[in-house]
Design a binder for this molecule. Structure first.
Ligand code: A3P
Length: 329
């Protein structure tokens, strides 16, 4: 029996030793390439186990995205829409929690956490896993729905780089935290261009979901951050309809869609006490302030950070990657 218990970890170690690797600033941040995508060591084992063991339920709604495309916002919007019968805008758990802790994650949270949400009738599950790497039952989109959010690649990189600067690393055995500058801006840019980022290559992540949205548009709603910013109200109504909970005439009359937009707005959420001072979503030994999920919240910040060469380089990669896909950012 002992041998059986040891098996998954030794199987994992064996697997890891065969995978291409990019060195991170500590072992947990090393990236490993598995089935064409790069994953941090800290999460790879959980991702593989999810792939092999997770079974979807018929009414699950998956909130999917690559990191830093605005999923904190999308999670808040979906949560507010789905739970609007239980909470009003004055007592919503969104006022006292980081949106990430309100929606379980396929790869970060335990199955018990998933079932406790289901017990509350909240069908949302978040994930960063690329479409082609999802558990088979999730991929089949059989009775389940999926919402995917993407973002202009240059902005996604800028957001990611700033976010990485905010990680602190909890040393094992004591609670001292040290902040480490993980990589320089130039190195980070290079790695992003090469596709070597968490859950990257970024473009492949987007295209995987995009292709699926063409095959099953009724089951996969494909959104982008820029459009969501331009007309949030339109997308709040669209999300509600897509999730099978369109706003009633009475709700429209009460201005509920508008109030959800306001509740989840960058200004409102980023000024909450829990966001300004909380630290609620540790992943393994990595710690991050809640405020790190709220930086500028606007499209186009790449213009303030990238050189002409960098812009040209990334736009060229984007053009090449999207060639023949019929997709545009
Ligand atoms: P910036 O770094 O460009 O400001 P994710 O939630 O996927 O980690 O992505 C984070 C990005 O979404 C950050 O972008 C963050 O500021 C932005 N964001 C977070 N909450 C938002 C909101 N309510 N409205 C608009 N943008 C938001």
């Amino acid at each position: 029996a002992e041998e059986e218990e040891e098996e998954p970890s030794s199987r994992f170690k064996k697997l890891i030793s065969t995978l291409p690797k990019v060195k991170g600033s500590n072992d947990f941040m090393d990236l490993y390439q598995y089935q064409g995508f790069w994953y941090p060591f800290a999460m790879l084992q959980a991702i593989i186990s999810t792939q092999e063991n997770f079974k979807s339920s018929w009414n699950d709604i998956y909130v999917c995205s690559a990191p830093k495309t605005g999923c904190t916002w999308l999670k808040a919007l979906c949560y507010a829409i789905v739970t609007r019968d239980h909470f009003n805008m004055e007592n919503s758990p969104l006022l006292t929690n980081l949106p990430h802790v309100l929606i379980p994650s396929l790869e970060f949270d335990s199955p018990e956490n998933h079932s406790s949400m289901k017990a509350q009738n909240i069908p949302l599950i978040a994930t960063h896993i690329p479409f082609d790497a999802l558990p088979k039952s999730v991929q089949s989109l059989d009775g389940t729905k999926m919402i995917y959010l993407c973002r202009e690649p240059k902005d996604t990189f800028i957001s990611l780089w700033h976010f990485m600067q905010r990680f602190t690393w909890l040393h094992q055995g004591n609670s001292d935290e040290t902040t480490e500058l993980l990589i320089s801006f130039e190195e980070g840019f290079e790695l992003f261009c090469e596709g070597k980022t968490m859950w990257g290559p970024y473009w492949d992540h987007v295209l995987g979901y995009w292709k699926q949205s063409l095959v099953k548009p009724e089951s996969l709603l494909f959104l982008n951050y820029e459009e969501l910013t331009k007309d949030t109200l339109f997308y709040v109504r669209k999300l509600a309809e897509f999730m099978g909970k369109p706003f009633s005439r009475d709700e429209e009359g009460e201005g509920l869609p508008e109030r959800i937009v306001k509740l989840c707005s960058f200004d409102n959420l980023s000024n909450l006490e829990v966001i300004k001072n909380g630290k609620d979503w540790p992943i393994s030994s990595l710690q991050i302030d809640n405020s790190a999920y709220f930086r500028k919240g606007k499209p186009g910040d790449w213009k303030n950070h990238l050189t002409e060469n960098m812009i040209e380089r990334m736009d060229h990669i984007t053009k090449e990657k999207l060639r023949g896909s019929n997709f545009k950012f």
